[in-house]
Ligand binder design. Sequence first.
Ligand code: URA
Length: 243
Amino acid sequence: MPRMRLDKLLAHLNCGSRKEVQVMIRAGRVQVDGTVERDPAAKVDADNAQVALDGQVQQYQAQRYYMLNKPAGVITASRDARHDTVLDLFPEEMRRGLFAVGRLDKDTEGLLIVTDDGALSHALMSPVKHVYKVYEAVVEGDLLPDAATRFAAGLALKDGTVCLPARLEPLAGGDVQRVRVTLREGKYHQVKRMIAAVGGAVVQLRRVQMGGLQLDPELAAGAFRPLTEQELALLQQPTQESI
Ligand code: URA
């Protein structure tokens, strides 16, 4: 039967870093088989011991998948000395092992998947998989009359980079110009550069969908929640639609 140090086991259970869980253990927040254990070096039976933190029994989780509604003003990175990051929106004890799938600009809002599943991340970001991403943008300036046709044909950006066919659709928007952009690749600042190439400027950008998964309209900016199994399946299923 594998015996393991308690601090190591709790770190494996994603309760925090080794240092963080040592503090929790010494503070009396951890129980092993119903008894408080204050020694981080205590050896426990990793397979059979019931380990609780703050009264909550901890179990090995399979992989973790969260939908985050990224607010503007935070950067898509795990750690940054100068800026708030998307991972700072998660409690310290949850952050270990998590990362964002792909990148949204600092001023972009909306759907971001945060997970510890590297294989899923790779599959979603792989250029050959062509996972669809849908954005809604508020745009200033007069777009060329044939902007949508240019998007559909494979637009050339101002620097000559040619994009895969994409969709540009108007959205009802009152006194501002709103568009929906559907892409199946993820070049740097791609939506902003595509809109610039057809005469406009993006003043607000929000991702609302990735693959078959839509941003939960009930999820406030800055909030996250676990994906349901159904949502995870939607994210993983091959795209049916074509541009
Ligand atoms: N395109 C952009 O220009 N910015 C983003 O954050 C995402 C797509």
